[in-house]
Structure formats: structure tokens, C-alpha cells
Design a protein around this ligand. Structure first.
Ligand code: UAG
Ligand code: ATP
Ligand code: API
Ligand code: MG
Length: 491
């Protein structure tokens, strides 16, 4: 694309008119990915400053550099105030504003984002629509899956991916939008037609200064929901009325608000909920009518997720019967309350709970279902919110009969120090626990001890198929390790 076109969004593009005819092959933000004819946009990151890689980028073939300051370079340099914003705008333009050409739903909140995206994928697929999903587990175009590094990718990857989805005739994209992404402008320029809020509880206080700052980041999804009233392109904010943050989020958007809830009055509600160890039934009450739902998903929190998906689907014109059928057929989400199959008289559940609230939700659900003892094997991730560690340890001890504290992804922290953060401050009245640093040994130990009717929760890593120790990711899958331990168990 010609530079003139890429700069079409720039308010003072004329100053670069001498460069207008330069033909750009691709836009890149990483010097390591540059090939001949690319534009290199320098981002000053948390770890390194992209401006330090200009020479490398030029050596690899960059023909133009976009920077935040005057820099020495053998190719033309465009200086802008904010390269992050430039990157998002240029990428949207380069890929021909892909998000405005299909229907895009964004899901934010501390817990439940992945689950809601998969529920919605199922609903839209039932309608015969080709879907795209972007989130924690993977990126999906129809049935093809691709690995991802982040829950919400950077602006460049995102715009390119959605263009690819359009080329592959995807009509509906459902994506998770993390608070990091909102804060870092990864989703600038995304034209969502629906924004969903699941809930706000403690996480990521390593990144956000306070819960207020965390909420501010989340609220950007709603504040940035197109402030234009266009009957052909309606916008909806789907808000969890049960969450105390709902009022602030409702005030942050100028668009139609659709509330959902279990405990407080809302437009879409669940009533007469029955939770069992094999699923959940409830009366789904909506402005389009009421219907009984018989879902395989377990736990009250999943009813909330189903309400979020229902509210979004209804506002997008999906009939209630289709929603019912989709909610009733989805078998569960990879690594979320996933039962490890075996023929023993106790149960093993792998779940992605890695925040205080999700751990509490999953453990209270298990406690209600368990006839025997509840075991929990849990750790906390390294290079992440330290303040959630003791809270998660207390929750584990409050709801489980036996707690084994172990490593999650230690990343660059010492595993023993993470465990120290978890248990430091616990008192004997909080309960008894074991520390087994090696996660494999911890899982084996729990399974070795389990007896008839017990339930073992292996929390924190869910679908993950690796454990990151230092900078290296080793293959590790809680489900595989549990199966291995089950084979070794004698009684
Ligand atoms: C703290 C954080 O969010 N970091 C994100 C950030 O990385 P960074 O600022 O450290 O990047 P950097 O390494 O300093 O690089 C700066 C620039 O220099 C460039 N560079 C770098 C090296 C080089 O040789 N050449 C070069 O050009 C880089 O491409 C980049 O443009 O920008 C990167 C590109 O967008 C992200 O991949 C990275 O996410 C890291 C991997 C991460 O772990 N993020 C987590 C905290 C995160 O974002 N999590 C949320 C989900 C959370 C949840 O809801 O549970 C997510 O959306 O994934
Ligand atoms: N609505 C909910 N409220 C509270 N906890 C939930 C909810 N939905 C799921 N959980 C719990 O949180 C865990 C993570 O769920 P899910 O992966 O859907 O959330 P997420 O928001 O995508 O998480 P992440 O931020 O890590 O991507 C689940 O394994 C479950 O324990
Ligand atoms: N998206 C989350 C995932 C956390 C998963 C948990 N297993 C951990 O490593 O802390 C994060 O990057 O903070
Ligand atoms: Mg997720």
C-alpha cells in the first residue's frame, strides 16, 4: 500500500507528502520480523525500547521508520506523538478497516471471558454462521485453530487476523478483551457491535495500581463502543447487574444497555436454578420469552456466563430456541471444570481458576457437590499479582479439607518464594496444608491420598499444556499428569 493511503487518518499527513509514493510491503512492530519493504513502528515497551532496534530493522529491509523522537536513520523517519496509537490506526487502515466489515463482539471481565466466547461461538454456529474466536486458549477461524501468545493480541496481529477472517468468510467474531489490552491500546480502532462485561474481582494488581484503575481499564471497552447512533449498525453493552461495578460501567457507555443477573433484577435473568454434579437447570427469563435450560455446565458462575451469552445473542437477533439448543449441547470448555475421565470412585477436576474469586466459586460449587473430602492442588503464577497469593491460600484452606500448595507457572520468580507469599501470614486456625513445590508430585500426592467420594480440584492451569519455569516452557498438562497418577494408584 502507498504511504499516502496508510497516512490517510493522520491529521497533518501533508508534512510527509514527499514520501507519499513509497510503497509499503507490511507494517511491523518487531525488528526480528522485518522483511524487505516494511515499515518499522518503534514501540517503547515495558521490557525494551523499540527505538533501540532501528538499525537492525533497516538492515533487515525496513524502508521507513515511525518513531516518537528524532532518530538517526538511513531511511526516512516519521515522528509521531504516540506510536502505539499510530500502529493501531495504520494497521486498521492497512488491512482496510476489517472490524467494520463483520460483526464483532468483545468480552471483558476478570473471570468468564473464555467461557462466554465459547458459548457464543456455539450459538452462532447453530445459526449456520461462520465464526472466528480470539482468546486465551487459541485463535479459531471456523474449525481451524492457531496458537496465541496473549489473550488479546497486539493491534497489528489483531487487524491482520480479522482481515484474514473476512477473507475466509467469517461473519461473526467473538473475542476476549483483557484489561492489559484495553490499557495498552491493543484494541484501538476495533468497531465492536457488542461489548460484554462479566465481573470484576481482584487480579492483575501487579499491573494496575488499584481496583479502580483496573475498572477504568475495563470501562474503556464500553466508553469506546461507537458513539454514533446508526439503526443499521446498532451497538449493545451487555452488563452483569449482579456485579457492584455495573453502575459505573453503565454510565461509561452511550449505547443501549442490556442487563443480566441472577441475584438482582435484570432484563435477562435465571430463576429456579438447580445445580447438580452433572449439570445445571434453570429458567431463562428474557424479553423474548422464558424457557427451561438443561446445561452440562456446572456451577452458578456458569449460569451467569450463560446469561451473558444469551443477552448478547438475543440483542444480535438470534432466536431464543437457537440459544436454548446451543446452551444445552455445549459439552464444556477446555480446562474449565473439566472432569478427568477414569473409573475410580472419586473425582478429579481440572479448572483454570487462578484468581481468588474463581477459586472460591469453583471450590464452593465442589463443596456443595462432594459427598466425601475436597482436595485442592493449587499455586500462583510468577511475575503476576503478588497480593492475590495469600488470599488464594486462605480460600483454599477455607473450602477444602486438604490443600496442597504447589507451583503454577513460576516464570522468573523462585517457586519457593511464591509459595512463601502464599502461606506467610497464615495462622494454624486457617487450616492444615502441605507444600510440594513440584506440581507433578503434588498432583500424584493428592490422587494417592484420595478415597471413595472425594473430589480433587487441580486449579490454576486448566487448558495449559506447558509449565513456564524461568523463561522456558516445558510440556505439562494437569490432565495428563492426573491420568498418569491414576494409573499408578493401587486402591
Ligand atoms: C506486560 C505486558 O502486557 N507486556 C506486553 C507488551 O510487552 P512489552 O511492553 O514488554 O514489549 P517489549 O518486549 O518491551 O518490546 C517493545 C517493542 O520492541 C519490539 N522489539 C523487541 C525486541 C527486539 O529484538 N526487537 C523489537 O523490535 C517489540 O516487538 C515491541 O514492539 O507488549 C507485547 C506485544 O503486544 C505483549 O506480548 C506483552 O505481553 C506479555 C507477553 C504478557 O505476558 N502480557 C500479559 C500480562 C497480558 O497481556 N495478559 C493479558 C491477559 C490477562 C488476563 O486477562 O488474564 C493478555 O491479553 O494476554
Ligand atoms: N462468571 C464467572 N465468575 C467467576 N468465576 C468464573 C466465572 N466463569 C468462570 N469462572 C472461573 O474462572 C476460571 C476461568 O474462566 P475463563 O477462562 O472463562 O475466564 P477468563 O476471564 O477468560 O480468564 P483469563 O483472564 O485468564 O483469560 C474458570 O476455570 C472458573 O474457575
Ligand atoms: N492470562 C493470565 C493467565 C494466568 C494463568 C495462570 N496459570 C498463571 O500462570 O498465573 C495471565 O497471564 O496472568
Ligand atoms: Mg480467558
Amino acid at each position: 500500500m502507498r504511504l499516502k493511503e496508510i497516512l490517510s487518518f493522520h491529521p497533518f499527513a501533508n508534512q510527509f507528502s514527499a514520501l507519499y509514493d513509497i510503497e509499503i510491503n507490511a507494517i511491523k512492530m518487531d525488528s526480528r520480523e522485518i522483511t524487505n519493504g516494511d515499515m518499522f513502528v518503534c514501540i517503547n515497551g515495558f521490557t525494551v525500547d523499540g527505538h533501540d532496534y532501528i538499525e537492525e530493522a533497516i538492515e533487515k529491509g525496513a524502508i521507513i521508520v515511525v518513531a516518537e523522537r528524532n532518530v538517526e536513520a538511513t531511511v526516512p523517519v516519521i515522528v509521531v506523538e504516540d506510536t502505539v496509537r499510530f500502529l493501531a490506526m495504520a494497521a486498521s487502515c492497512f488491512y482496510q478497516y476489517p472490524t467494520s466489515k463483520l460483526s464483532l463482539i468483545g468480552v471483558t471481565g476478570t473471570n468468564g471471558k473464555t467461557t462466554v466466547t465459547y458459548l457464543l461461538e456455539n450459538i452462532f454456529k447453530q445459526c449456520g454462521k461462520k465464526t472466528g474466536v480470539i482468546g486465551t486458549i487459541q485463535m479459531k477461524i471456523g474449525e481451524d485453530v492457531y496458537p496465541v501468545d496473549n489473550t488479546t493480541p497486539d493491534a497489528l496481529f489483531l487487524q491482520r487476523t480479522i482481515r484474514e477472517m473476512i477473507d475466509q468468510e467469517v461473519e461473526q467474531v467473538i473475542m476476549e478483551v483483557s484489561s492489559h489490552a484495553l490499557d495498552q491500546g491493543r484494541v484501538y480502532g476495533c468497531d465492536y457491535n457488542t461489548a460484554i462485561f462479566t465481573n470484576l474481582t481482584q487480579d492483575h494488581l501487579d499491573y494496575h495500581d488499584s481496583m479502580d484503575d483496573y475498572l477504568r481499564a475495563k470501562s474503556l471497552l464500553f466508553a469506546q463502543l461507537g458513539n454514533r447512533y446508526d439503526c443499521k449498525a446498532k451497538k449493545f453493552a451487555i452488563i452483569n447487574q449482579d456485579d457492584p461495578a455495573s453502575k459505573k460501567l453503565i454510565r461509561s457507555t452511550a449505547q443501549s444497555v442490556i442487563t443480566y443477573g441472577i441475584d438482582r433484577d435484570a432484563m435477562v435473568m435465571a430463576k429456579s436454578i438447580t445445580l447438580t454434579s452433572t449439570g445445571t437447570t434453570f429458567l431463562l427469563c428474557t424479553p423474548d420469552g422464558d424457557t427451561m435450560i438443561n446445561s452440562k455446565l456446572i456451577g452458578k458462575f456458569n449460569v451467569s456466563n450463560m446469561l451473558a451469552a444469551t443477552a448478547a445473542a438475543l440483542s444480535n437477533g438470534i432466536p431464543l430456541e437457537v440459544i436454548k439448543s446451543a446452551l444445552e449441547t455445549i459439552p464444556g470448555v477446555n480446562g474449565r471444570f473439566e472432569l478427568v475421565p477414569h473409573s475410580r470412585s472419586f473425582s478429579v477436576i481440572v479448572d483454570y481458576a487462578h484468581t481468588p474469586d474463581s477459586l472460591e466459586n469453583v471450590l464452593t460449587t465442589i463443596q456443595e457437590l462432594a459427598k466425601g473430602k475436597v482436595y485442592v492442588v493449587v499455586g500462583c503464577g510468577g511475575d503476576r499479582d503478588r497480593t492475590k497469593r495469600p488470599i488464594m491460600a486462605k480460600i483454599a484452606l477455607r473450602y477444602a479439607d486438604k490443600a496442597i500448595f504447589t507451583s503454577d507457572n513460576p516464570r522468573t520468580e523462585e517457586p519457593e518464594m511464591i509459595l512463601h507469599d502464599m502461606v506467610n501470614g497464615l495462622t494454624p486456625t486457617d487450616g492444615h496444608y502441605q507444600i510440594i513445590v513440584d506440581r507433578r508430585k503434588a498432583i500424584h500426592q493428592a490422587i494417592h491420598q484420595a478415597a471413595k467420594d472425594d473430589i480433587i480440584l487441580i486449579a490454576g492451569k486448566g487448558h495449559e499444556t506447558y509449565q513456564q519455569i524461568g523463561l522456558v516452557k516445558y510440556h505439562f498438562d494437569d490432565r495428563e499428569v492426573a491420568k498418569e497418577a491414576l494409573l499408578l494408584k493401587e486402591n
